[in-house]
Design a protein around this ligand. Structure first.
Ligand code: 0O2
Length: 218
């Protein structure tokens, strides 16, 4: 009956959400350990903030439809990689690559996809490093690999993204060209400031200069 289908689907969805939450917890714990370790070992912390969310079912459906996929459990699991999302902000650009490389050096984390919107900013000025990884999580009956999208950006990039998200991104309508350009110009100013801050940091003797500005996937 229809009732059984609805019940079954909602149970499947609930189980999936538990899986994605476990994926997030896994990454979040790793980050909290790093955070604490940096607090005591180094004179400064490359992680400024960590936040996470599981994408709302409505938002998942919308994304599937936007990408032209039928809304099915199978597509949800295989076509959408940001159901579990973790966002990390860092003081400096070099910290972004440092944190990413540390995470990727863990052998229960596998890189699925990398989008470097810092080296290659989006047309609208959006900057961030996106990693889609899968993490191994043990459940009662099996071990599963859960995809998690990790966005790593500077505090300054996050400031722009948060405001632009409210004003323009996903507003559901074309924003006027002058606003689009104005926002892109703000992103350029912010990016220049990030680079200036990085240069200042690089001259300070206490600052670690080993950053690679690249992803080394082992
Ligand atoms: P929300 O509301 O933040 O969850 P793909 O087709 O998969 O390659 P996709 O999924 O758009 O493309 O991946 P991409 O480009 O890596 O972006 C995924 C997420 O990055 C978005 O999630 C946003 O969180 C963020 N993002 C990407 N572009 C922009 C942008 O121009 N402005 C802002 N503010 N954020 C951006 P969602 O699910 O689209 O949105």
């Amino acid at each position: 009956t229809n009732y059984d289908v609805v019940l079954n689907t909602s149970m499947q969805l609930q189980q999936l959400m538990v899986m994605y939450e476990a994926g997030i917890d896994h990454i979040q714990t790793k980050l909290e350990i790093l955070n604490k370790e940096f607090e005591v070992k180094k004179n400064r912390n490359p992680i400024a903030s960590i936040s996470s969310r599981v994408k709302e079912p409505m938002s998942i459906m919308e994304k599937l439809q936007r990408k032209g996929y039928p809304v099915t459990m199978e597509n949800l699991m295989t076509k959408i990689f940001d159901i579990a999302g973790v966002r990390i902000t860092c003081p400096f650009i070099s910290d972004i690559y440092d944190v990413a490389n540390i995470l990727l050096s863990h052998d229960d984390i596998h890189l699925i996809e990398l989008k470097d919107y810092i080296k290659y900013p989006k047309e609208n000025g959006y900057r961030s490093l996106h990693l889609v990884v899968d993490v191994e999580v043990f459940f009662s009956e099996q071990k599963k690999r859960i995809p998690v999208e990790i966005q790593i950006r500077t505090i300054a990039m996050d400031f722009w993204a948060a405001l632009e998200h409210q004003m323009a991104y996903k507003q559901g309508f074309e924003i006027p060209a002058e606003i689009y350009n104005e926002l892109r110009d703000c992103a350029t100013v912010i990016a220049n400031t990030d680079e200036r801050m990085q240069r200042i940091a690089n001259i300070l003797p206490s600052f670690d200069k080993d950053a690679s500005y690249n992803i080394i996937d082992s």
